[in-house]
Every structure is written in structure tokens, then in C-alpha cells.
Design a binder for this molecule. Structure first.
Ligand code: ZN
Length: 70
């Protein structure tokens, strides 16, 4: 039974000031800016050791597709 895994946690709910177009659903809207980090987790619940630096992504409010922010 696998009890150790990795999971990316995201937080933050600020919206962009400019309108962006989603490449997946075509919606033009203010995207949600989120920060995420990958953690080593036990039992898929408890985040323990951060495995990566912070990642900044933009999330489409319509279809929830996440885009890496350059
Ligand atoms: Zn979308």
C-alpha cells in the first residue's frame, strides 16, 4: 500500500487586472492568480516536505485550466 506521495497545493484568489483569453474554453475573463508548491505527503493528506519552489499559475475561472505564468 502506497502511503507516501506527492501533491501540489494551491492557494490565493487574487484576480488579474487585465482580461486574458483561455486557450481551452475560449473565455475572456480576469484569471485567478494562484501560488502552488509541491509537497511530499503521507496518506495523501498531510503535507510534510516541500519538494519544489513556489509556482505561479493563472487559473481560468470558467473551466479551471491552469496555465504556468511566465
Ligand atoms: Zn477556460
Amino acid at each position: 500500500m502506497l502511503i507516501i506521495g506527492t501533491k501540489v497545493f494551491f492557494w490565493g484568489s487574487e484576480t488579474t487586472t487585465e482580461l486574458l483569453r483561455c486557450g481551452t474554453c475560449g473565455t475572456q475573463a480576469q484569471f485567478i492568480q494562484r501560488t502552488g508548491m509541491r509537497f511530499l505527503v503521507f496518506f495523501f493528506i498531510i503535507p510534510t516536505i516541500p519538494l519544489s519552489g513556489k509556482m505561479h499559475v493563472l487559473e481560468c475561472p470558467q473551466c479551471k485550466t491552469r496555465y504556468a505564468r511566465k
